[in-house]
Design a protein around this ligand. Structure first.
Ligand code: NAD
Length: 479
């Protein structure tokens, strides 16, 4: 059995956590270190019976946890965060091993997970009095919803699990975490560690195969699904959840545009944009995925991006100095390679990069395509890998229209030395988050969500907490 001390001493046993107990399953499976393709330890494959058990435990836990005073729930979450922090290096190393990202970024993710947890646990939702007279008071309050399920993707498994756990638990809702089968390890340990701070059934985790997500969304027990993943899967989750009218929050894919105005300082901005496009090997919902550069500076800007791209080292995340790790899994690697196959098929011009077949892991060198058509697949679809198109623009109205001409609406940004111009353009972009002179800057106290097919609802901030609640209007009498 895995250790239950506040500091883990055993990191090689991985268990589901159901009703406060560590559980193995008859069948098991394992992940793969994407940098080496070596097998990682066995993890459980949950059955429908395990789902039933976890949901039923969460249902009973709801009766008591929802009645625990807010402040006590908050204290338990903060104590759990402290325990995660005590194991900081182990969580970061485990993350690099299972996800592939360089250790420095794995550490940044665990740090962000802690920051998100602490910030979200410290938000308070107050009752609002919307009307009052001598006889009555109309009060709006936010009551716990019930059993929640948090479905997590493989690109930021620690941060995204923690950012679901804290708001669900602080608002009084037990949560069952379902990690991606590609990255279950850290999430299993986060929840195992949590058992010291929460009563049985409040925080649970199930690792499984591709059956598990659909079992959870179809199960009549849960009241809410908080899902982060692709738009394709998000639609399936919504369809399945609709059968029992479960609440859903869907944080989905993106095709973020960035607009570069003619007055930028090329030497500063071009390297920043490249770094933001290739961070996490492009496997970020909010990575820059389309670069629109004003035609008057296009050649020089592209040349500077190419030059910086060549300095980005790709390799095993455990080795110092690598900016990019591998693609996280074989399926995604093949998907990204499909975009490289388009280069030949569609006769696209490569400014820098190409597929790197030499290393044992799923590595791809960062690649920029020079002015593919607006209709090319690389300009329209999300590759979720280190390949990005650069396009030129002439007219402000035209580039705004092209930036908005997508089914996605997650993030967008604009770069200019003139903040008036930049702010004006920013306000015209259709996305859940829009930045000026930066991209991918996030804040747990601000709402985060997508427009169009990038999602429904939002997480984080006070509104994110409210999405884990029912709204109740009370018409109370004074006399
Ligand atoms: P995915 O949709 O394949 O999987 C996400 C999760 O859903 C995994 O845990 C998976 O096991 C589970 N799942 C798969 N099929 C399911 C089903 N039918 N029912 C229920 N659950 C199911 O996504 P991924 O490949 O893990 O992640 C990459 C995608 O996630 C990209 O599109 C990216 O843009 C998006 N993403 C969005 C955000 C955001 O906050 N908007 C953040 C990170 C990633």
């Amino acid at each position: 059995m895995g250790s239950l001390g506040t500091t883990f001493t055993v990191w090689d046993g991985y268990y589901n956590v159901i009703n406060g107990e560590l559980k193995s399953t008859t069948q098991s499976r394992h992940g793969i270190n994407p940098a080496t393709k070596k097998s990682l330890p066995e993890v459980p494959v949950a059955t429908q019976g395990d789902v039933d058990e976890a949901v039923s435990a969460a249902k009973s836990a709801f009766n008591t946890w929802s009645q625990v005073p807010w402040n006590e729930r908050k204290k338990a979450i903060l104590a759990w965060a402290d325990a995660v922090e005590k194991n900081f290096d182990d969580f970061a190393r485990l993350l690099t091993t299972e996800q592939g990202k360089p250790l420095v970024f794995a550490k940044a993710e665990v740090e962000a997970g802690l920051h998100w947890t602490r910030t979200l646990a410290n938000i308070e939702i107050k009752e609002e009095v919307t009307k009052e007279d001598d006889e009555k008071q109309v009060v709006v309050r936010y009551t716990p919803l019930g059993v929640c399920v948090g479905i997590v993707p493989w690109n930021f498994p620690i941060l995204l699990a923690m950012a679901k756990i804290a708001p669900s638990l602080v608002t009084g809702n037990p949560i069952i975490i379902k990690p991606s089968p590609f990255t279950p390890y850290g999430d299993l340990k986060l929840v195992e560690l949590g058992q010291q701070f929460f009563p049985p059934g409040v925080l649970q985790v199930l690792s499984g195969d591709d059956n598990l997500g659909p079992w959870l969304t179809a199960h009549p027990g849960p009241d809410k699904i908080s899902f982060t993943g692709s738009s394709f899967t998000g639609k399936k989750v919504m369809e399945s959840a609709s059968k029992t009218l479960k609440r859903v929050t869907l944080e989905l894919g993106g095709k973020d545009p960035t607009i570069v105005c003619p007055d930028v300082d090329i030497a500063t901005v071009a390297p920043k944009i490249v770094s933001l496009a290739f961070l996490n090997s492009g496997q970020i919902c909010l990575a820059i995925k389309r670069i629109y550069i004003h035609e008057s500076i296009y050649d020089q800007f592209l040349a500077t991006m190419v030059e910086h791209t060549r300095t980005l080292k790709t390799g095993d995340g455990m080795e110092d100095g690598n900016y990019m790790g591998p693609i996280q899994n074989a399926m995604q690697y093949e998907k990204v390679k499909g975009f490289f196959a388009d280069i030949e098929k569609e006769n696209l011009k490569v400014a820098v990069g190409g597929v790197n077949e030499e290393k044992p892991g799923y590595f791809i060198t960062p690649t920029i395509l020079d002015r593919p058509a607006d209709t090319a697949r690389i300009t329209v679809d999300e590759p979720f890998g280190p390949i990005v198109p650069a396009m030129s623009w002439k007219d402000e109205g035209e580039v705004i229209e092209r930036a908005n001409n997508t089914k996605y609406g997650l993030g967008a940004s604009v770069w200019s030395s003139d903040v008036q111009t930049a702010n004006r353009i920013a306000r015209k972009l259709q996305a859940g988050t829009v930045w000026v002179n930066t991209h991918f800057e996030l804040d747990p106290s601000a709402p985060f969500g997508g427009h169009k097919e990038s999602g429904i609802g939002h997480e984080w901030g006070e509104g994110g907490l409210k999405s884990f609640c029912n709204v109740q209007t009370l018409f109370l009498k004074k006399v």
